[in-house]
Design a protein around this ligand. Sequence first.
Ligand SMILES: [Zn+2]
Length: 286
Amino acid sequence: MHKAVLMTVKIPEKIIDFHVHLFPDKLFDAIRDSFVKNYDWHIIHQYYYQECVLRLRQSGVRSIVYSNYAHRAGIAEGLNRWNEKILQEYDDLYCFAAYHPDDDCALAMAKRLLENPKILGFKLQLLVQNFYPFDERLFPLYEMVIRKNKHLLLHTGTGPVGNPYVGLEPFMKVLEKFPELPATVAHMGAHEYAGFLGLLDRHPRLYLDTAFCFLPPPYEGYNLGPDYLEKYKSRILYGSDYPNLIAPREIEIENILKIDLSQEFYDKVFYDNGMALIRSLTGKTM
Ligand SMILES: [Zn+2]
């Protein structure tokens, strides 16, 4: 009998995608061009935000947590005005907003945004933004996020490529100063999987998301086997990186299913962990 028929575990009917990107149309175009230029990545889903939301909903995603980031100073405010607008257009849509520490009114803006229950916190994309996670300019932001019981989404791993600002070592430095940093490390910290997973033991408010980790070769994905995944199943969130993908998101879900983990793993990673986190960050009781 075919393996798929024997598989008894499955992902929940409605899932939460904790790593989606939505940008204004023009910025989406520019990002897609830069992926081709920098990584030779040809994004297969060339959709703008409305179609992204529609297609995700059609394929069973209930809650969508998206982010965008300011690749340079001066653009976060405009992006965040756009975020505030589209968050009003959809139920069950949440955002990690853009932030750049060199903006004049960065902290005042952050304070305003964190009053919005659908803004869960901020995304820092250190591969693109080119500063260290332990940069002192970020400390007031971290303090505010902790004080307001919000969260961060950090691209701080060395995948797909590195720069001086990403990797386990610089990230550990920020945890020395803020051991309780409430943050999700995107891509399970790729490619330093073991190191980032190990941080979960010592830092109770840290999560990892699965985006890009289970794509088919030649992408170098998660390679440590099922035991770590089971061990840390309460601290892993499903995320797709949709629509910035080079293989369909369904293939990645199939690959996660093929590992044949416990039903508890799929329930937690695809729904329960994300829902508990959204509830704790928004005060939502549903
Ligand atoms: Zn991403």
